[in-house]
Write a protein that binds this ligand. Structure first.
Ligand code: NAD
Length: 360
């Protein structure tokens, strides 16, 4: 396969971790006979320094024309960096919001997978963890409460604030389809999460999910109230495969699910649109405190590259090979400082990337 990948190294540890992810993609292309063309794109602080804005229109066009976008991280130290003295619309994060909007990325996938080698970092009890858990949170990203009308008014001398939570059936259908499609590539189970005992938007959500489910007879599914889901995530996380939910519930549940896996340096993510184009990035930020010291854990970015292979390029065997190589690297005892347990081999960012590449 020939594919064009827009590569946004970004700021802080971004260049270091993306370099390691590209090393892995190179190894995959060599082993499986593909050709990946990487097109560098500036976004964030490095773009502000070079062009005066966090993301140029040309950069957006390059991403649109690519098959996928791989991102490291953007931003700097928010108290000391001159980027944060600029107007909010010109700060590094404005570039990322603009890119998400321009690409129409409405579906966010965050896996929460517990590696047995990193069990000690999981705050749950052994009997709850069992042999580990493996789920993804499929979160709607462009609708709901965060994008609804809002205002603050004064009525009879009392301040009052409104936020509206709106979804139309098309917005729900397209994310539900992504959820069921993702389940088809996994353990074929969807838990749709809502608050249908109270909210109209949740009752519509349930109705549309029931309709979409009919097209996926192989996938088992259930509805779960969000308060129960928050509880079940710490009580019995092994029951989940794909958690499908709206924007705000997904925001909260994905942080909860990732927290129970233990390490921020391991968490990948993908944001998808109507086409196969997607944006792949680690869940963590640019870690300016360790930038340039070769201490960053590149595994979240490497696992994001595996998601890119799976979801944008439809290369499941290649994605499996990357995930298996990460697993083997951990089994062989390689640890960066953030996942150090005193037992394994402490390595830097580059050596961790080399170790994964050797195992593909
Ligand atoms: P952060 O995730 O960058 O760092 C939090 C802590 O985790 C730090 O101690 C850091 O050293 C550590 N850490 C993060 N990633 C790591 C890795 N791969 N390996 C080892 N340790 C790692 O969060 P923050 O400090 O709140 O934010 C720093 C900057 O990143 C800010 O400018 C913020 O706006 C930006 N940010 C960007 C994104 C993005 O690009 N999508 C996301 C979140 C934060």
């Amino acid at each position: 396969m020939n594919a064009q990948i827009a590569v946004i190294k970004g700021d802080g540890i971004g260049p270091e971790i993306v370099t390691e992810a590209l090393k892995i993609l190179d190894k995959v292309s060599e082993k499986f006979g593909h050709h990946f063309e990487y097109v560098p794109v500036l976004m964030g602080g490095c773009s502000i320094d070079a062009t005066g804005v966090p993301l140029t229109d040309e950069a957006i066009e390059t991403c649109k024309k690519s098959d996928a976008v791989l991102l490291g991280a953007i931003g700097g130290d928010t108290t000391t960096s001159p980027w944060y003295k600029l107007d909010p619309s010109l700060r590094p994060e404005a570039g990322l919001l603009k890119l998400r909007k321009a690409l129409g990325l409405f579906a966010n996938i965050r896996p929460a997978y517990l590696y047995k080698e990193l069990k000690a970092a999981c705050p749950l009890k052994d009997e709850i963890i069992g042999d580990g858990f493996d789920m993804v949170i499929m979160r709607e990203l462009t609708g709901g409460l965060y994008f609804g009308d809002r205002k603050t008014v004064q009525e009879n001398g009392v301040l009052k604030a409104y936020d509206s939570l709106t979804y139309d059936e098309n917005e729900i259908r397209r994310i539900a389809v992504k959820g069921f499609e993702t389940a088809m590539k996994r353990k074929k189970h969807v838990t749709s999460v809502d608050k249908a005992n109270v909210l109209d938007s949740s009752r519509l959500w349930r109705k549309v999910v029931d309709e979409v489910a009919k097209d996926y007879p192989e996938v088992t599914y259930e509805h779960m109230l969000v308060d129960n889901c928050a509880m079940q995530l710490v009580k019995d996380p092994r029951q989940f495969d794909v958690i499908l939910t709206e924007n705000m519930f997904g925001d909260i549940l994905s942080d909860e699910a990732s927290e129970v896996t233990g390490s921020i340096g391991m968490l990948s993510s993908a944001s998808l649109c109507e086409t196969s184009l997607g944006l792949y990035e680690p869940s963590h930020g640019s870690a300016p405190d360790i930038a340039g010291t070769d201490q960053a854990n590149p595994l979240a970015t490497i696992l994001s590259a595996a998601m890119l292979l799976r979801y944008s390029l439809n290369l499941d065997a290649e994605a499996d090979a990357v995930e298996a190589a990460v697993q083997k690297t951990l089994e062989d005892g390689y640890r960066t400082v953030d996942i150090q347990d005193g037992k394994g081999k402490l390595v830097g960012c580059k050596a961790m990337g080399d170790a994964v590449a050797e195992r593909i």
